[in-house]
Ligand binder design. Structure first.
Ligand code: NI
Length: 160
């Protein structure tokens, strides 16, 4: 296990488009595992490979429920439905949150870490997280689509 450095706002790599993963090998599986460790370390619900400086279409998500960490290779959102207004943050924007409109439901197709096709129908927070992470693969950040004037800086809790 390894914690990777998270690239933050202002790092130009976050604006680049990630490349399709052609071969899912041990190196990719190790990267996915490191991404999960890094996401957990910073209490995130999602992380894309570009955020640790690697332009590959890899995403991890964890809502800390019984679905466990989800690892997606080459995710593509094939359908969206409805809308939800939600609060959103990003590990590349520490302590910043904004309101944004996301689809209420999405269907995403991807490969898992063994190269098997997966199809996930997601609602609510999971749909939001999938949209946020897939945006990263295109170099799109949540502040690009936030509801104007809703960006807030929240002081980190330093009690612990
Ligand atoms: Ni993000």
């Amino acid at each position: 296990m390894a914690i990777r450095v998270v690239r933050e706002d202002g790092d130009e790599i976050l604006r680049k488009k990630s490349r399709v993963v052609e071969v899912i090998d041990d190196k990719i599986r190790e990267l996915l595992e490191d991404m999960v460790d890094t996401m957990h370390k910073y209490n995130g619900v999602g992380l894309s490979a570009v955020q640790v400086g690697i332009l590959k279409r890899l995403v991890v998500i964890d809502l800390y429920d019984d679905k466990g960490p989800i690892k997606l290779v080459n995710p593509v959102i094939i359908k969206t439905k409805g809308e939800q207004e939600v609060e959103e943050g990003c590990l590349s924007f520490p302590n910043q949150y904004a309101k944004i409109i996301r689809p209420e439901e999405v269907i995403v197709e991807a490969l898992d870490e063994n190269g098997n096709p997966v199809k996930i129908k997601a609602k609510g927070l999971l749909a939001q997280a999938i949209c946020h992470e897939v945006d990263h693969l295109e170099g799109i950040l949540f502040v690009d689509n936030m509801i104007p004037g809703t960006l807030q800086y929240v002081e980190p809790n330093t009690d612990k």
